[in-house]
Write a protein that binds this ligand. Sequence first.
Ligand SMILES: Nc1ncnc2c1ncn2[C@@H]1O[C@H](COP(=O)(O)OP(=O)(O)OP(=O)(O)O)[C@@H](O)[C@H]1O
Ligand SMILES: [Mg+2]
Length: 335
Amino acid sequence: MAALSSTPAPEPLAPPPAQTDPAVDIQDLFGRYRRADRDSIEGVSLAVRKGALLGLLGPNGAGKTTLLNMLCALMRPRAGTIAVHGLRFAQAPDAYKDLIGLAPQSLALYPRLTARENLETFGRLSGLSGVRLRERVAFGLEFAGLQDLSHRRVETYSGGQQRRLNLATTLLPDPPVLVLDEPTVGIDPQSRHAIHENLRALNRAGKTIIYTSHYLDEVEQLCDEIAVLDGGRLIAQGAIGALLARFTGKRIELRFDPRSVEAAADILRTMAGVEDVTIASPQLALVTDDPYRRLPAILKRLAHARIRPLSVAVGARDLEQAFLALTGTQLRDEP
Ligand SMILES: Nc1ncnc2c1ncn2[C@@H]1O[C@H](COP(=O)(O)OP(=O)(O)OP(=O)(O)O)[C@@H](O)[C@H]1O
Ligand SMILES: [Mg+2]
């Protein structure tokens, strides 16, 4: 297993592929709150390709919300540039804002209004009217799964129902880029599942989605790429598989019926990319040059010899371990 280290890795994970036409292009961004004596975002460059479903991770206070607020033009960068679909906010503020839908971390709803009234109000604020407004409100209610409760005041809703509605308001004007700041915090697995399904469908339909969460398992399930912020800096960006591979120590552990271990080891020692095989029956560990690339061939070769591993584990078992290895295990809250 990869040793947990409290020293953050300094350089990006793997250079992201060159972006000729990214959805979001952030260059050398710095951001500081008024009266603060240090930057909350320090030199972040991040390109998000069109159609990406990017998980934005980082410990409390890492700067995720600050970065998203600057992306959504709610906070002015101290330095650096942001372009969305090639457009900078200063060039055309209204057109820029039309490109992005933000679901903020703090719920932004009118508690005294019903779900329908909330959606209608937010829809009008974003310039919708007439048939289009009615269509988008109906879509929002369906997205939030609140058709049956649409006439109840939002203050009577559960936390999960409010979260779902908060997210639905973001989608009303149908922007191509969705920025979701912890959209599933405090909600039950069913609501989370429903939100994930909806987001996947939106992503398949072409939306670029930036998704912030503390639930590493959900980011692992939902997103194909991640960016990790820590202390205002981007410390990793790339495919989730690549992040995990970096902390696996190139190691694959397989467990067998004890009668099969020796035969499995003999086979694995002959395989390309396998650097070392050690047996601790019924466990067998091998070191490869690239565990994720080699694993399919390994399993295929074993299956061909009618040997079936009882379990397979690649180094660091999950994103949580990789994340802790990247950002350290210490709490970062300021005094
Ligand atoms: N309004 C503010 N004024 C001054 N400093 C702020 C303000 N909001 C956030 N900060 C500081 O900026 C840094 C980044 O905070 P931010 O809210 O962006 O983190 P985050 O990654 O979204 O954290 P969380 O996971 O807790 O939501 C922190 O050091 C925080 O204390
Ligand atoms: Mg935040």
